[in-house]
Design a protein around this ligand. Structure first.
Ligand code: PRX
Length: 649
């Protein structure tokens, strides 16, 4: 790992919200006196009823209980909209940049407020009440943000399903959340291609359990094309908002009222719906957004994520809008109409902060230094990275080619569970080391533990845990608090288990090394190997499947699949294609296996457990590091697997 250090740019530090002295003083207070610290910083929101209690949290596995600001009441939508109307009603809240570069739209706070009020009333008219879950399956269009804010305005809980997930995944999430209303669009547009989004909802509703729940599907007309229509449940978004009043008072919500659910993959079982609540989440999203990106009034801020992921929730919608920022929402892809698109958007809207993922940086990097053409990037001040460890080469390229050697890179480590950024170099405070997430945000107490849970001191490598609660933390898994406790608080007692490994260097900086569990990170998208395996074994040809990650130049990790066929099925290239399609259908294109290898036998212990360590090493071509194979029930299996692996090249 690179140990090169880039000192803080003194000009950046002089103007930044947080310089190093401030960081150290604030960090110390945040961990020594969290009540005083967060009691003060919670005031960045407008509360209907101010809180008097601040922190009430326990990581004790017998009673995991996380409550922040619990006796206060507020509304997330009010904090993102209404409170800005007087001072910045005419300021642009959302710059929407369409897939087609000729399409863009500026939506002011006043416009957005009106649209949200109308859609809030429309949702109510569809029978949505406080506490109900609304499923959103939407492209990156303004209506996605409107729908999120309308849900939170009326106290409904949104559950966004990324538009790249399959009908099966949509159905499972509708069922898991017991959602009655779905919001979607007829089609979506990506890279000039039309994607049939509503048709996927129709297929999801072929599942009887989902169909029994859903009473309306609200459809935005994104593309002027016909779509299959079911009079019983389908209703046009445009008709509903035209008929709705533009006034809707925000619901007064308790700080701990659920705000949204977001499904994410774990190492076992089906994806889990993590629950975030209102007060703590909003305080944390707003504060991290302002400090991490050194956001100042008038800045134009762009996060390239999708609202289907937590990054889109916290850093396209809630954090920026709570801060009264101008946030850019991009419908398209980096390589349409050509590879210079990111540069063109930065130039067109004079973007000051640009927040993207290492996989996007690597794919630009592949195109060469002039990939952004003659785009004017001089408006950029701060760059951000999220989703996976950024390799030092990509970091250096990002710094040099996009940032022109003058913009700090904020490498932000965090998770769906954490609600907001956790470990990052603050631009005016922290010297940067390429590829290093660096130092904890205020209130975050990371630690490293060994396999037994013993805390490691000083320079060390181990399992990354967080020792105490922070306001943005997920409170539970929707409907299954026991699973929440089991997953995050029992491995190392009294600590939150992240599932990541990390190294701490002599300066106390944290370097994230990647997942230590059976979760893989494909282009910054989190994928449970168990999920892909269960999709595969549902195919009639598959007797057994084992999935591991392997290093992939663009995606960070690729999906490597070993399958043992049922007797009677023949190995063939057609079958490989079919299996790949099958996984795409079951989960979605993001789970598409990169390599599929037929494995007549799996390496198993005598008790029948697959030894994934061996499969991982074979997939990595690291044949010399297989370790002890003598405990396998049939060690010769390994030679066959290696031979097959070699034949694939
Ligand atoms: O392994 C870490 C990796 O992404 C995981 C969280 O994925 P998800 O919940 O989908 O959230 C992604 C967006 C926050 C983590 O457990 N990860 C995320 N950001 C980084 C990272 N790994 C290293 N460096 C990062 N900056």
């Amino acid at each position: 790992m690179s140990e090169k250090i880039y000192p803080v740019n003194p000009e950046v530090a002089a103007q930044a919200h947080i310089d190093n002295a401030k960081y150290e003083a604030m960090y110390e207070q945040s961990v020594n006196d969290p009540d005083a610290f967060w009691g003060e910083h919670g005031k960045r929101l407008d509360w209907f009823k101010p809180y008097t209690k601040v922190k009430n949290t326990s990581f004790d596995p017998h009673n995991v209980n996380i409550r922040w600001f619990e006796d206060g009441t507020l509304n997330a939508s009010y904090n993102c909209l209404d409170r800005h109307l007087e001072t910045r009603g005419d300021q642009v809240a959302i710059i929407w940049e369409g897939d087609d570069p000729s399409e863009s739209e500026n939506i002011t706070y006043r416009d957005l407020h009106e649209r949200v009020c109308r859609f809030s009333n429309a949702l109510k008219a569809q029978g949505v009440e406080k506490g109900d879950v609304v499923t959103l399956y939407m492209p990156m269009i303004p209506e996605a943000a409107v729908a999120m804010l309308a849900c939170t305005r009326i106290g409904a809980v949104h559950s966004i399903v990324f538009g790249g997930f399959s009908p099966e995944a949509v159905a499972a999430r509708i069922e898991g959340a017991k959602s009655k209303v779905v919001v979607t669009s007829n089609y979506s547009l990506r890279g000039g291609k039309i994607v049939p989004l509503k048709a996927n909802v129709d297929k999801a509703l072929e599942h009887p359990a989902a169909a029994a729940l859903v009473t309306s599907v609200i459809v935005v007309k994104r593309v002027d094309q016909d779509v299959a229509w079911n009079e019983k449940v389908d209703v046009w978004y445009e008709d509903l908002v035209a008929a709705a009043s533009a006034e809707c008072a925000p619901e007064e919500m308790e700080a701990e009222a659920p705000m949204f659910i977001l499904y994410t993959s774990g190492s076992t079982g089906a994806p889990k719906g993590l629950e975030h609540t209102t007060g703590g989440y909003m305080v944390y999203a707003a504060m991290t957004h302002e400090y991490a990106f050194d956001y100042k009034q008038g800045d134009i801020y762009w996060c390239t994520a999708d609202v289907g992921w937590v990054t889109g929730h916290s850093y396209i919608v809630y954090g920026p809008l709570a801060n009264g920022a101008t946030t850019l929402m991009f419908e398209g892809v980096p390589n349409y109409p050509d590879n210079s698109r990111f540069g063109r958007v930065i130039e067109k809207h004079k973007v000051n902060q640009f927040y993207t993922a290492p996989t996007a940086i690597r794919s630009l990097m592949q195109q060469g230094e002039d990939v952004l053409g003659d785009s004017d990037l001089s408006s950029l001040r701060i760059l951000g990275s999220v989703g996976e460890p950024i390799n030092p080469e990509a970091w250096e390229w990002y710094y040099r080619v996009i940032g022109k050697n003058r913009c700090p890179i904020v490498d932000t480590w965090w998770q769906t569970e954490t609600g907001g950024l956790m470990i990052l170099p603050l631009p005016g405070a922290t010297p940067m080391k390429p590829g290093c997430a660096s130092r904890p945000f205020f209130g975050v107490q990371p630690a490293l533990v060994d396999a037994e849970g013993v805390e490691l001191e000083g320079e060390a490598a181990g399992n990354l845990v967080i020792k105490d609660s922070w306001p943005g933390q997920s409170r539970s898994i929707w409907g299954d608090h026991e699973r929440f406790t089991q997953t995050y608080f029992t491995t190392y007692k009294g600590m939150y288990t992240t599932g990541d490994g990390a190294r701490r260097d002599a300066d106390g900086y944290y370097w994230i090394t990647g997942r230590v569990d059976d979760v893989i990170n494909v282009s910054g998208h989190r994928m449970g190997t168990a999920e892909v395996e269960s999709a595969l074994v549902a195919h009639p040809a598959v007797a057994e499947a084992a999935v591991v990650g392997y290093p992939h130049a663009l995606k960070g990790q690729g999906i490597y699949v070993y399958v043992t066929l049922q007797s009677g099925f023949e190995e063939s290239d057609e079958l490989i294609k079919e299996l790949r399609l099958h996984v795409r259908k079951e989960i979605g294109p993001i789970a598409s296996p990169d390599l599929i290898q037929f494995a007549p036998g799996m390496p198993k212990t005598r008790s029948g457990k697959i030894m994934r360590r061996i499969l991982r090493k074979i997939a990595e071509d690291d044949f010399d590091a297989l370790g002890d194979t003598s405990t396998l029930s049939d060690p010769s299996v390994v030679d066959d697997l290696i031979e097959n692996r070699m034949n694939r090249k």
